[in-house]
Structures are given as C-alpha cells and as structure tokens.
Design a protein around this ligand. Sequence first.
Ligand SMILES: *Cc1c(COP(=O)(O)O)cnc(C)c1O
Length: 368
Amino acid sequence: MTAADPLLLTPGPLTTSPSVRQAMLRDWGSRDPRFIALTAEIRARLVALAGGEGSHVCVPLQGSGTFAVEAMLTTFVPRRGKVLVLINGAYGERMRRQCALAGRAIATIETAEDEPPDPAALSARLAADPAVTHVAAVHCETTTGILNPIEAIAEVTARHGRRLLIDSMSGFGALPIDARRVRYDALAASSNKCLQGVPGLGFVLCRKAALATAAGNAGSLSLDLYDQAAGFDADGQWRFTPPTHVVAALAAALDELDAEGGIAGRHRRYAENCRILREGMEALGFVPLLPAAVQAPIIVTFRMPRNPRFVFERFYEGLAARGFVIYPGKLTRAPSFRIGCIGAVGAAEMRAVVAAVGRQLDEMGVSL
Ligand SMILES: *Cc1c(COP(=O)(O)O)cnc(C)c1O
C-alpha cells in the first residue's frame, strides 16, 4: 500500500479487489441481451443470499444507498401510512427526514448512540399506537458501528401485525439475516459496502406480496420501486440508464463472496479484522466508544484522545501518507473518529494499520 494507491479503511466506498476492478474494463450495451442476463443474474444471486427465494424479489436502483432507502420508504409506506422510525444514529435520523419530506406520518423511538433500541419499548409503543403501519430500523448503525437487534425487532413487529423496513446498508453481505427467519417487507443495501463492489447501485429486497400492493405510493418517477420492478418484469431492462460497469463489478464481487464461503465466511473475516483493530488500538491507549457486546464487525469508533498533541488532522494525514485512509467524518455526539474493518482487507492489513497508528503517535509525540 502506498499513498497513491491507499487502502480504504472506511465503510464504503472501500478497498476492492483487483478482479472486481478488472470486471469494469469492458463496456456493456444496456439493452444488449448479455447485459440483460447479467442484471437477471445479480438480482437472483442477491435474493438467494437473503434467503428470499420464492418470497422476495431484488429491485436494483441507480444511485447511492440513500436513494434505495428513500425508494423503499416511499414505495412501501402508503400516503396514509405511519412510520415508526427507530433512531440511534445518523442513518435512523436520515430515514426520519426522508419520511417527513415525503409527507408520511412519523413516530420515533430514540435511544443514545451507544444503546440499541429496546424490543420491549417497541412492543409497548406498537400496542399504544395502532396508527403505525410500518417500523423502519437500521441493522448496523454505521454512525458508531453498533449492531441493532434486528431479529427481535422483526419478531415484535410481526407479532403486532405491522410491517418492517430495514436499512441493512452496512450489514448485508456480512451480517447474517435470513428472510426465512426474519420477517420483513423490504431491506435496502448497496453494492459498495459488505458486498465489496464499487459505488453506484443500491437495491431493495422486496417481499413480492407487499410490492404488489405498492403501485402509486412513491410519488416519484425515478425512485418508484414498483415501476422499477415492473420494468424488469416487462423486458428484463432497467427503466433508465443502468450503471453497467458497477453491475459487472458486483457480479465479480459476488463470485468472491461465494468463494469466501458466503455471508458466514465474510462475517468470520470481518470479525477477526475487528478484533485485531480493537485490541491493537486499545493496546496503544485508544478507547472504543462501544462495548464489544454491541460492536458490529463493520466499523469501529474510537473516542478522540484528550491529549493536546493529538491533532486529528495531523493524525489523518500521517496515516494517509502511510497508505491508510481512515474515516474523517464524525457523526457521533461524542468526539470520536472511525476506522472501518470491511473491504478486501484481512488480518495482515489490520495489523499494518495498527502499526502505522503507533508510528504516527510516536511522530506526533503522543503517548496515550
Ligand atoms: C452507507 C449507509 C447508507 C447510505 O449511504 P450512501 O452514502 O447514500 O451510500 C445508509 N444507511 C446506512 C446504515 C449506511 O451505512
């Protein structure tokens, strides 16, 4: 790794493999039968990964993950519906805002950013508010990297006869979630996180029976998943210009996921990456924001050291010069910074970043 060709230790876009990048070295006609077949292939493979064969359909959508989440919320929640959004970070808050802009009635349950939503509180709220039609929840809240109890949330939501919409953007592909056991109407994710593709494509795994009743809800042409799915049903084609190279890269990325042993294999590698990162950083004196019990193996948030010689900009630039791009954006309330442990990186790379952090602290004259 070098400063010119760095490792991205970020939650996506992230470090991709050479074969994923190589898959983009040819052009595809968007209406060519070969590209139509490629689209059908990735849609079927994503449904299979979710355990949704027979019950669910994959609707890919041009754009970043946020586009897919917005399409999911507006397509599935009817105009007269009401969404209960579970918020413990920036992405839950983003869903609340998307529902508000779309004019949907909203309720929220907010917990601290280091505290998962409580299924018992959800149950009580659903019992108290019969107007709520949908619950919207984030699987891994990337703000901190916290793992939310999605199975318990799904169980409570189903028990109350309501419908669940999941933002599993930073989880799908690495965190197990099987549609045969976890009941949801829709789950949104994207090409460039745990699937290790490149950015440009979101997708929503939709329960077929729920999608069938969603015509006309979206109030948007481009973000209407019902229409998008109808387009694929009609002729296998995308309604509007598809991100052809991104689709090709995703197919290669799915090959690599299979070769790694699927979601279970990927989870194992990320968990090991996360362990090495947390333990190595703790040995250097950093303090993770989250207790290990609620840490998802996706991205680790560290408290900003109080040492006056620890200037984050210098720390960041020093690591970048050593070939490691960490995540500079702070989303948490507490002063913090984040380092991702997902992408085409393994134990050696995680040990290398910890070593680089140690050298950078020495150079800054910081001892924690
Ligand atoms: C990355 C992410 C998104 C979408 O972000 P984009 O920048 O639009 O790709 C949504 N939710 C979560 C939890 C995420 O991690």
